[in-house]
Design a protein around this ligand. Structure first.
Ligand code: C5P
Length: 220
């Protein structure tokens, strides 16, 4: 891959699992490590892009040329992206966004009580960030990820269409050495009107470069 191919472009990458607060000391989240998002931010910066990394994970080294924006919840992630959306050329949603959040956030730590051994949480649906952005889309090339545990291609194809994406990177997270928290990943790339492209297992660093290479021809 030649250098500097994203010179003058702004790329926003999201990373990590969103944290959905229950109370001041508790949240609901998931196993996403943020590794894929960080690798993508680094690969985009290597190509000369201005890179904004909107992440729930901030204990990792920030790659050179990358600006980190720290967020916690899906709603914060959406707001952080919307504030910058008009300036973006590419948005890559590598974050694992929680589908639901607690319906209310308790101001004080939730207490256990002696009179009941069971408690239920009421959850409400989070906004779908990609779907929301699709409605405001102009020049932006939007790329999504789909972690599936069954019927990978069918489920991913549905998401590609539903979220109106230029590219969807689908991976099978039912296997241990790929996807969530692993250093390697094996994905299938879906694009509208194109046959699925299955990539071999590779490091997330190598995969990030392969993905950036495939995003370049999608830019207007
Ligand atoms: O959770 P789901 O499989 O639908 O995620 C597919 C893609 O959509 C991912 O790129 C994820 O970051 C994004 N997503 C989103 N807003 C949500 C849920 C997922 O943008 N509320």
């Amino acid at each position: 891959l030649m250098n500097g191919q994203l010179q003058g472009r702004t790329v926003l990458v999201t990373a990590g699992g969103t944290k959905e607060r229950l109370d001041p000391v508790r949240f609901i989240s998931n196993d996403s490590s943020g590794k894929m998002g960080y690798a993508l931010a680094s690969a985009a910066a290597d190509q000369g892009a201005k890179v904004i990394l909107v992440s729930t994970i901030h204990d990792r080294a920030i790659p050179a040329g990358v600006t980190l924006v720290q967020v916690e919840s899906a709603q914060e992630m959406l707001t952080a992206i919307q504030q910058r959306f008009a300036t973006l050329d590419v948005i890559i949603m590598a974050a694992a966004v929680a589908d639901f959040r607690p319906a209310t956030v308790a101001e004080q730590k939730i207490k256990k009580t002696t009179d009941n051994d069971r408690m239920s949480l009421s959850l409400i649906k989070n906004p779908d960030i990609l779907k929301t952005l699709a409605r405001q889309r102009e020049q932006q090339v939007m790329v999504g990820f789909a972690a599936e545990t069954q019927q990978l291609i069918e489920n991913a194809t549905h998401k590609l269409t539903e979220k109106q994406l230029a590219m969807l990177v689908a991976n099978d997270v039912s296997k241990k050495d790929r996807g969530f928290n692993a250093d390697t990943n094996e994905v299938t790339i879906l694009r509208p009107h194109q046959a699925p492209e299955a990539l071999p297992m590779m490091s997330k660093t190598a995969l990030a470069e392969a993905l950036i290479e495939r995003i370049l021809p999608l830019l207007p």
